[in-house]
Design a protein around this ligand. Structure first.
Ligand SMILES: C[S@@+](CC[C@H](N)C(=O)[O-])C[C@H]1O[C@@H](n2cnc3c(N)ncnc32)[C@H](O)[C@@H]1O
Length: 296
């Protein structure tokens, strides 16, 4: 745990800070709140009441996103086929040993997490769960090719700190695993990530800030291959991109992260992108920010 330090967030839920990645696992506003606002609400889980669904959680960490997902699915009698990718076992060991974390969830969630920690899998009549430990760039290949996901949560450290899980090449693999009407959900509103997903032909939506987070312009991104207008209109949590957001995708900030052999380190991926940004003729994101009067 030496490179991981406990952080108490404003909603009272605990999180971690990684000194290796120099970043917190969650926003200081609240780990639990972030999970609900950025991942669970836009998932519109009631669609799966009494039904089955496939879910992939990339960068499982302490497990907030999946714990909250399971908590909801247990209560509505859904059947889930679930995979997770995570490089480090310590965050799960940490959350399992933390009283405040345990208190948040249905006892069955903790039973599943314990099994994942001990055996990397859990099975009963409603839950079929596997966590694949190791670099997501490799382990994603171990998910059976026939499984397409209704929900994919992508919750890596920020692209600048952990570009390995945001590269064109990795996102292409992720996209291949998405059901035609499945949702790929991430907290990131980075122009590079949105443009990469758009270039794969996905439809991009903004997760709109709610009352608490309205000083921000985005709570993340949802990407969908095939849109069912009725479903999209009934989901209150995501909206088509505004002109401001569309213009963001035309700036230097939209230059993607590249990792051709899926084995580059952070420094190489970032340096390659900076070079590409210098050479391209796109508008700077500063100009975009100034035009739209943005402070951050
Ligand atoms: C922002 S945290 C995830 C937060 C998490 N969803 C939660 O609820 O606690 C990012 C996670 O990505 C993991 N990670 C970093 N690089 C990875 C890689 N190449 N493959 C898989 N996991 C990785 C880290 O170990 C960390 O647990």
């Amino acid at each position: 745990m030496s490179e991981l330090k406990e952080v108490l967030t404003k909603d009272g839920s605990i999180s971690l800070r990684s000194s290796l990645f120099q970043e917190n696992f969650h926003s200081l506003e609240g780990a639990l709140k972030e999970t609900e606002i950025k991942f669970i609400n836009p998932s519109d889980l009631k669609r799966f009441k009494d039904k089955s669904l496939n879910v992939l959680d990339i960068c499982f960490g302490l497990g907030y996103n999946s714990a909250s997902l399971f908590n909801n699915l247990i209560r509505q009698n859904s059947f889930v086929n679930w995979y997770a990718l995570e490089i480090d076992k310590k965050p799960l060991e940490y959350s399992l040993g933390n009283k405040a974390f345990q208190k948040l969830w249905h006892p069955k969630v903790l039973k599943i997490f314990k099994a994942l920690s001990q055996n990397s899998q859990y099975r009963d009549k409603s839950f079929d769960c596997d966590i694949l430990w190791g670099d997501a760039r490799e382990k994603i290949n171990n998910i059976p090719a026939n499984i397409k996901f209704d929900l994919i949560y992508l919750d890596g450290f920020s692209p600048q700190k952990c570009p390995q899980v945001w590269s064109v090449e990795f996102l292409e693999k992720v996209t291949q695993k998405l059901n035609p009407q499945g949702y790929l959900i991430t907290y990131s509103c980075s122009a590079a990530i949105r443009r990469t997903l758009k270039d794969f032909g996905l439809n991009i939506f903004n997760i709109e800030p709610d009352l608490v987070t309205q000083r921000l312009w985005s709570n993340g991104t949802i990407a969908v291959k095939k849109i069912d207008e009725k479903v999209i209109q009934s989901n209150l949590y995501f909206k088509k991109l505004s002109s401001m957001e569309e213009e963001h995708l035309l700036t230097k900030a939209s230059i993607p992260y590249r990792d051709p052999a899926l084995s580059s380190n952070t420094k190489d991926i970032i340096q390659k992108r900076v070079k590409e940004q210098l050479l391209c003729n796109l508008k700077t994101s500063k100009k975009w920010r100034d035009k739209w009067g943005m402070t951050k």
